[in-house]
Design a protein around this ligand. Structure first.
Ligand code: FCB
Length: 493
């Protein structure tokens, strides 16, 4: 790996690069009963005992519903040019369908106006996991109807906000919705149903395509120019180079056979984690190597669906946290640091945590090289398609020190490493147009509740006081200079 600059020099980004921060409605807004909002699947899930650590819910969260001006001021004080937030679907359609709740639309108009007044461009996600409960009661994403309801909702918000939202993201991380929400049940709606997960995969993609079309009609009519994309969580898949455990690979008579099985596992894992959504969107087909159990049955894929899904995007949002590693092993007799792989990976292959690498408090690997690989891979699959990193960041063990400061050196290093990797990817041909750090604020981290802090701004949940962490000053400097400064020499490597 060659660095972009010599040590000690700042790493410059292209002119016009967007420096932003991201959040999501259920994670920050609170005010779940305010102004006619209906319940979402995450209200139901978080209020079900045992589903979220500590019994935490999004009822209050960061109270950003009421404090959005303060939060917009924070963005401005950091000099950020973009804010990625999500619109709460049950604020707009409390019953999932039928009557539109004007108060919900008005709230987002005010939010976007507050951003505009501060020179911050709005990037709105339509569906960041908070499906109206009423739609779940009618089958949720396992039902085709939900894709059409997303399109209705897209049309309504496109019309109301089309003149002031710059960038639209239809769906956030559909893989997490289908897998965590429908296959393994650790997210709302908490199902453990393979068929529902496979159906949800298709309906989320279809919903994206229909919503994109609805936005393309509504936004120009409202006086705006549609810039429409979707956000995927993408995961580079690595295989162990050392095949010492290869004897465990069922059916592999020798090391060459073991390498071939591992390569097969890599193709399947890549199709499962990346291709399942990327290929329909870019190529209009489900990936060849995806296990049949993950794919929608033929009767769910109607004529025209794949064309709707593959309609050209204006950009792709990429969320990157960590890569995934595979090695020979015994999935029913796991060793320390190993996990069973996703469904469809045959024989003696396990997922594992390589030794000697650093982790965040989420247990996630710190591996900026994965971001570099990913950006180049997507740029190769979809040449010229603008990419935004719509999420990247880390949890850290943040605390307020006796001077009232939060000195999150781990996060500064994390950002530095990942932005250096992003700059290298741009140099090597990736069409990266912006970066939104996850997250502006500490917030409700889904099944982990408030235990995991991802913000560049600390939130004291007892008082709702916001305390900008050291990383926010570091990030503000990057936004100001459009360049990443060298880390101080005194810092440990
Ligand atoms: C992503 C989610 C986001 C946040 C981060 C840590 O999967 O999109 O809401 O929780 O993980």
């Amino acid at each position: 790996m060659t660095n972009v600059t010599s040590p000690g020099e700042p790493i410059a980004f292209p002119a016009g690069f967007i420096w932003g921060a991201a959040t999501a409605a259920y994670q920050i807004e609170g005010a779940t009963d305010a102004d006619g909002r209906g319940p979402s699947v995450w209200d139901t899930f978080s209020h079900t005992p045992g589903k979220v650590r500590g019994g935490d819910t999004g009822d209050v969260a960061c109270d950003s519903y009421h404090r959005y001006r303060e939060d917009a001021d924070l963005l401005r004080s950091l000099g950020l040019s973009g804010y990625r937030f999500s619109i709460s679907w049950p604020r707009i359609f409390p019953d999932g369908t039928g009557q539109v709740n004007q108060a919900g639309l008005d709230y987002y108009k005010e939010l976007v106006n507050a951003l505009g007044e501060r020179g911050i461009t709005a990037a709105a996600t339509l569906f960041h996991w908070d499906l109206p409960q009423a739609l779940q009661d009618r089958g949720g994403w396992a039902s085709r109807e939900t894709a059409f309801r997303l399109a209705d909702y897209a049309g309504v918000v496109g019309e109301a906000l089309g003149d002031r939202v710059k960038r639209w993201i239809t769906v956030n991380e559909p893989l997490v919705v289908s897998h965590h929400g429908h296959r393994i049940g650790v997210h709302a709606p908490g199902l453990r149903d393979d068929a529902a997960a496979a159906a949800a995969t298709h309906h989320l993609l279809l919903g994206h395509g229909l919503a994109a079309a609805a936005l393309r009609a509504a936004v120009p009519a409202a006086g705006g120019a549609p810039e429409i994309g979707i956000t995927l969580n993408l995961t580079p898949v690595r295989v162990a180079a050392d095949l010492n455990g290869a004897a465990d690979l069922n059916g592999a008579a020798d090391l060459n056979g073991a390498a071939a099985l591992l390569e097969q596992a890599r193709l399947v894992a890549d199709a499962t984690h990346n291709g399942l959504f990327l290929e329909p969107l870019i190529f209009g087909r489900y990936p060849e190597h995806a296990p049949a159990s993950l794919l929608p049955s033929d009767d769910l894929v109607l004529d025209g669906d794949m064309e709707t899904i593959a309609a050209p995007l204006d950009f792709l949002g990429v969320n990157y946290y960590q890569p995934l590693h595979l090695r020979p092993g015994d999935p029913v007799n796991l060793r320390r640091g190993e996990e069973p792989p996703m469904p469809g990976i045959e024989g003696g292959v396990v997922q594992y945590d390589p030794e000697g690498m650093e982790h965040t408090p989420m247990g996630w690997l710190i591996d900026p090289e994965g971001l570099y690989e990913l950006l180049l891979r997507v740029s190769k699959d979809a040449p010229g398609l603008p990419l935004y990193i719509t999420e990247n960041g880390c949890a850290a063990e943040d605390y307020v020190n006796p001077d009232g400061e939060v000195y999150d050196i781990e996060r500064i290093k994390f950002l530095h490493l990942h932005l250096e990797a992003a700059a290298r990817a741009i140099r090597d041909g990736a069409s990266l147009a912006g970066y939104y750090v996850w997250s502006l604020l500490d917030n409700f981290e889904w099944a982990y509740g408030y235990q995991k802090r991802f913000g560049i701004v600390y939130v004291d949940f007892a008082t709702q006081r916001r305390i900008p962490k050291a990383s926010s000053a570091f990030y503000a400097g990057i936004a100001r200079e459009n360049a990443v400064p060298p880390l101080p020499d005194s810092w440990p490597a």
